[in-house]
Design a protein around this ligand. Sequence first.
Ligand code: NAD
Length: 280
Amino acid sequence: MATSGWGRPRRRRPSNSPERFAGLVYLISPMANETFFSLQGQVAVVTGAGQGIGEGIAARLGQAGARLAILDINRAAAEEVAGRLKGVGLPCDVSSASSVQQAIEEVHRQLGPVQILVNNAGIAGRTLPLWELEESDLDQVYAVNLKGVFLMCRAVIPGMLAQGYGRILNIASIAGKEGNPTLIPYSSTKAAVIGLTKALAKEVAAKGNITVNAISPAVIRTKILDGIAKETVQYMVSRIPMGRTGTIEEIAALVHFLVSREASFTTGQCYDISGGRATY
Ligand code: NAD
């Protein structure tokens, strides 16, 4: 018989005893949805949600009750994901002001005012040292990774101010905190996203219950890695103290918390989700 560590016999609960599962049942019951971090009825826009991390985030927010707008430059992918997650799939190039405006107007028409915006769309750009890059390499990455976040925020903030409520979550990167060699356009635009997050958070902080936060993931195995040189990926993975890459589910769980009503006294932060690569 097992002991409690003090020599006294400890009664082992049968593995399927109701006592043992009481807490777990509470967590997964439909009631839990209404109790913890529920997003019931809230309209959530996720950019670049046609695959990868964005798709995973959308799935998680949908499970929590959000009504989803799946935006992606790839219309077919957006519609396919939206079909599976019972959301609205819309084509949107986040680097184009008119495309962003059109998409947000369509979200309003089909779903109503936006409560949650997750700026996830991003590209890595070419992996080369700075002196081998073209000017256009910087322009392309800047247009999606930074201008895209600016345009999306600008499109939804007036509605959030009018409601006095909103959650904006920007997907930055550990590259923005630490800088990854051969990824200068990517690293610098992600650093800029962190700066935008902090400044915008302060602009809206006292104008209702509106928060703006960012997260900085380390390597997550998605298709974005296909376009990055193998040596650069190896470098990034080797810097993670946990010795593994992160998962889409881990990212989605953190985002879910940060866009919930409960995360109401946290704004202008960049949350690390890097297996310990950065501890600041
Ligand atoms: P991914 O390439 O799998 O998905 C990116 C999605 O964004 C695609 O569906 C793509 O069509 C879409 N997209 C690209 N350009 C767009 C545009 N102009 N307008 C709208 N949509 C556009 O990448 P992912 O790994 O899922 O990355 C998602 C986000 O997470 C990105 O911002 C990325 O920088 C960031 N991130 C990823 C990692 C990682 O290791 N995968 C680490 C840190 C941060």
